[in-house]
Design a protein around this ligand. Structure first.
Ligand SMILES: [Zn+2]
Length: 467
């Protein structure tokens, strides 16, 4: 970035032209004498509040402690004398992005599997998501009990990185989905509806945000698919326990059956055929959420094709050395492109998925935001979410509609009223970018600073934290 802004409480690391914009700035002592809650004002900014409406130009955003205290036009917002004021002309502030479908600890470098569910690895992933402006991440299944420790530490401020919501272990299938290497206490595979109910009750004792199920035979590559008897039992038992159920799906028929059985969230897009009025009507009637995960299928082949943006620092910073080596390797690229199956199959799925999200969005179905980032090495935490926003605009959503999915809608899907929108009283989870993402979604990747609960954290290109 041209003008790195690195203002951290108690120490000033402001560089470049922005220092001249600083109207008032006091150290920790000065602020404490005025108020135990520190106040920072981002001034002269364009605000995209997350709800999909037109941006507010020349605004002031007042952060007090961890919370947004005031948001409004510059001449209507009173600035306390003790506040730190940061002038940000030409910049846009939007809510921190929220992922409704990601996975923690399933990859390290180019390696996949539950053996990577380790504290140091997950901690690194959480700071990567946060640095790309994704301030809340839902790990939708395949979690060991370690997730609850990490979740608590992030909220207490003792562990840096994105806030966590848990989909606990999730309910898989014996000799079936998900086809991943797992470790102990990372996944249930019940054989009967009764076993499934027992697994849901055990899950409920840990108070996750969701119960996850997988209803897919991965194109016939796994032996068994979850039966309607088992997922009906899971949904019923979860609802008895006050929990919601999110389902991995691929096919329209499964989506319809799950919605009829009362599932709360379809955690992937329908990718075998175009959605029809029957699904639209059922989802609207029941208020079922839909997470398209457009980038999932693209991730199988796009890096082998070597698009120009793979040279951008914004992308490179998200790669471990091992992964960068693989993605740049001509032999690996050729093996992906020449197998005659991977690219065509996934391109077709993406094409259907793009069409379906537009249909469902325009019909008024509730749409959330997620990419399945972290499930495999090529679903790259932080970068994947920005790619997903771009794909949503390629599906035909406006940039403001796409941003709404990743902010206000994603918070609502999770039942969180404390974030996802820029308004007084919500958490100060913010992304500051150069330019105007309401007219060009590409400007979202021009991140200048990220704020999580009122504190500035390292961004993707402004800080050396992601080596
Ligand atoms: Zn997933």
């Amino acid at each position: 970035m041209k003008h790195p802004l690195r203002h951290v409480w108690g120490r000033l690391l402001l560089a470049g032209a922005l220092t001249t914009g600083l109207l008032a700035c006091q150290g920790r002592q000065g602020l404490r004498s005025e108020d135990s809650e520190k106040v920072t004002v981002l001034r002269g900014v364009r605000v995209i509040d997350g709800r999909g409406g037109a941006p507010l130009e020349n605004a002031a955003v007042v952060i007090q402690g961890t919370t947004l205290q005031r948001v409004g036009p510059v001449d209507e917002v009173e600035v306390p004398a003790s506040a730190t004021v940061i002038e940000l002309p030409g910049r846009t502030v939007l809510p921190g992005l929220i992922s409704n479908h990601s996975h923690l600890g399933m990859t390290r470098g180019t390696d996949s599997g539950g053996q990577n569910y380790q504290r140091d690895n997950i901690a690194r992933q959480l700071t990567q998501w946060e640095s790309y402006g994704v301030t809340t991440v839902t790990s939708l299944g395949l979690n060991t009990p370690l997730i609850y420790e990490l979740q608590k530490e992030v909220e207490q401020g003792t562990l840096p990185g994105a806030s966590i919501l848990s989909g606990d272990q999730g309910i898989g299938v014996p000799e079936g989905a998900p086809p991943m290497k797992v470790v102990e206490h990372q996944l249930y595979r019940p054989a009967t509806p009764d076993e499934a109910r027992q697994d849901v009750r055990e899950t409920a004792s840990r108070h996750p945000a969701f119960v996850k199920v997988w209803v897919d035979d991965f194109g016939g590559t796994v032996k068994n698919k979850m039966t309607p008897e088992v997922y009906t039992a899971v949904i019923d038992e979860a609802h008895r326990q006050g929990l919601r159920v999110a389902a991995h799906i691929h096919d329209l028929e499964d989506a319809k059956r799950l919605v009829a059985a009362g599932v709360d969230v379809l955690a992937h897009g329908v990718r075998d055929m175009e959605v029809d009025a029957e699904l639209v009507d059922a989802m609207k009637a029941r208020g079922t959420w839909y997470i398209p995960t457009l980038g999932l299928n693209e991730s199988f082949y796009i890096y082998a094709e070597g698009p120009a943006w793979m040279a951008d620092p914004f992308f490179r910073r998200a790669l471990s050395p091992d992964l960068a080596r693989q993605l740049d390797d001509p032999a690996w690229r050729a093996s992906v492109l020449e197998d005659g199956k991977t690219a065509p199959v996934n391109k077709k799925a993406l094409t259907i998925n793009l069409k379906n999200v537009k249909t469902l969005h325009d019909a008024g179905v509730r749409i959330g935001f997620g990419t399945d980032s972290g499930a495999t090495p090529v679903r790259i935490p932080g970068f994947a979410e920005h790619r997903e926003l771009k794909l949503l605009t390629e599906a035909g959503l406006t940039p403001l509609q796409a941003i709404r999915l990743a902010t206000a809608n994603a918070a609502e899907l999770l039942g969180l009223k404390d974030r996802g929108v820029i308004e007084a009283g919500r958490r100060a989870d913010l992304v500051v970018v150069q330019g105007d993402p309401s007219t060009s979604i590409d400007d979202l990747s021009r991140i200048e600073s990220v704020w999580h609960r009122g504190k500035q954290v390292p961004g993707p290109t402004s800080a050396p934290a992601q080596e």
